[in-house]
Design a protein around this ligand. Structure first.
Ligand code: BG6
Length: 485
């Protein structure tokens, strides 16, 4: 076993930090010219995906009927200085956040950006730089302008490439001298199971037909390649990555049928999108995947120019989220099921689960890092990881979240293990470094942060920020560059 105490494992310039997304913390959903995004039309509560999956779901915002937690977020829009100060106190080297597309182009299809929206990010970026925190920007994180979903049917429509290109150009040109690290789309592969958030596709716009999902992916791949091209034209040294949802997946047993099914699950879910964005071409398993999902390649609009663009503009690194692992089993119909990060699967008897039923598997992270590095040989960045848990604020104003510390410690140990395995790892930004609205359930009570935010699922609370025990623990981790964990 590697001796963490005596040997420096992580590079001197390792990017320790935290991650958030605009729609989950900013609030101010209709302030200073911002238009509504798809996240603003998703009600809070465990039923949010079920509601968005109804055949007649039409993206109507009905505040009399539902509570929309993203509208207020945690009021980061108003309190960002206080929040960045706390990140600086923890010693963050970087901070991953996203730019709300509908703050810059409120309807998504305008030609002129909203200057007030850009001013907010001018200030946010400058505030980070004041503390020598490097911004890591996700250009699009589950916050497509609502109009693009309603009027254009989401990403299946090729016109969105132009709208995204315009948005990416505006923000890259404005910030490329201040921001070195970028990602084009958050968890682009999540559409495999739930295309609402990353593609703006719902049943009424054709989400049930996998052809639309694949067409939407293709349009996003082209848009992503255009962003890489624009960024590298501005400065060839900019680091522009993809971002995938990675769930290490194991075959249930040695039955070759389960082994093959698991291999295909890995190819289709974990690798397909990254293959295109990293290697610049569709993987050899594409035809089989399309066939398995009854997609006729003739129905897809993919031009020779598109393929050339993909080839010429691969990403520089692979950003990925890792929370849990899954099990593939096609031979036991009655096997117990588990919940998960947009994907479920069969329960793994060797693993514990989180309060939300996600299977906790630090070793799976070491496996993920090795699998990704073996395959791509490009730097990796763990841009999301963490434990969504119920926290209790004690009478003396503390949060003793030793369970979160345990989870993060084990995952950092797994990363250290992977580095000793030879993996090139750039950094680590645990998810929801400050409590924010959950993407899948819209709950505030599903907390990930080092910083507690006094706000409940109904939107009540003082919004006061409180340092949890994990805050002080992570501060030491960063100070010691990961040797004191
Ligand atoms: C990732 C997303 O899937 O997981 C985040 O990129 C999300 O936006 C995070 O918040 C955790 O998921 P959840 O559903 O617990 O918020």
């Amino acid at each position: 076993m590697f001796d963490f105490k005596s040997s420096p494992v992580f590079a001197k310039d390792f990017l320790w930090g935290g991650a958030t997304a605009a729609n989950q913390l900013e609030g101010a959903w209709n302030q200073d010219g911002k238009g509504p995004s798809i996240a603003d039309a998703l009600p809070g509560g465990k039923q949010r995906f079920a509601i968005a999956s109804q055949p007649d779901f039409a993206w109507q915002i009905d505040e009399d009927k539902y509570h929309y937690p993203n509208h207020r977020g945690i009021e980061h829009y108003q309190r960002f200085k206080e929040d960045i100060k706390l990140f600086a106190e923890m010693g963050f080297k970087c901070y991953r956040f996203s730019i709300a597309w509908s703050r810059i182009f409120p309807q998504g299809d305008e030609t002129t950006p909203n200057e007030a929206g850009l001013k907010f990010y001018d200030q946010l970026i400058d505030e980070c730089l004041k503390y020598k925190i490097q911004p890591v920007i996700t250009i699009s994180h589950y916050e497509l302008p609502l109009n693009l979903a309603k009027k254009y049917g989401g990403w299946k429509n090729r016109q969105l490439i132009t709208f995204y290109e315009r948005f990416a150009k505006v923000v890259l040109e404005r910030y490329y001298q201040k921001v070195h690290y970028w990602m084009t789309f958050n968890e682009i592969n999540s559409a495999f199971h739930f295309p609402v958030m990353s593609q703006g596709l719902v049943p009424s716009s054709g989400s049930q037909d996998f052809t639309n999902v694949v067409q939407a992916w293709h349009n996003q791949f082209v848009a992503s390649a255009l962003a890489v091209k624009i960024g590298h034209q501005l400065n060839p040294d900019l680091q522009i990555g993809c971002m995938i949802l990675y769930a290490t997946s194991y075959a249930y047993d040695a039955d070759p049928k389960n082994q093959l099914a698991n291999l295909q699950q890995m190819q289709d879910f974990n690798f397909f999108c990254a293959d295109v964005q990293v290697r610049g071409k569709y993987p050899s398993s594409t035809a089989r995947m399309l066939h398995d999902h009854q997609v006729n390649p003739q129905d897809l609009e993919i031009t020779t120019e598109d393929l050339q663009l993909l080839k010429e503009n691969p990403v520089d690194y692979i950003g990925f989220s890792y929370y849990m692992s899954t099990v593939t089993d096609i031979t036991h119909q009655d096997a117990a099921k588990s919940a998960g990060n947009l994907i479920g699967g069969v329960s793994n008897p060797f693993l514990q689960t989180s309060d939300w039923g996600w299977q906790i598997d630090p070793t799976g992270l070491r496996i993920a890092l090795n699998q990704l590095y073996d395959r791509y040989q490009k730097p990796l960045f763990v841009v999301e990881n963490g434990l969504g848990a119920i926290d209790e604020l004690t009478a003396d104003g503390k949060v003793h979240d030793d369970y979160r510390i345990d989870y993060l410690r084990q995952h950092i140990q797994a990363m250290a293990g992977a580095v000793t395995d030879g993996v090139d790892l750039m950094g680590y930004t645990p998810w929801g470094c400050i409590d924010l609205v959950s993407a899948s359930t819209g709950q505030m009570s599903k907390r990930y942060g080092f910083i507690y935010v006094d706000l409940d699922d109904q939107g009540n609370g003082s919004l006061q920020r409180i340092r949890k025990d994990s805050f002080y623990w992570y501060q030491k981790v960063i100070q010691s560059n990961g040797s004191e964990i």
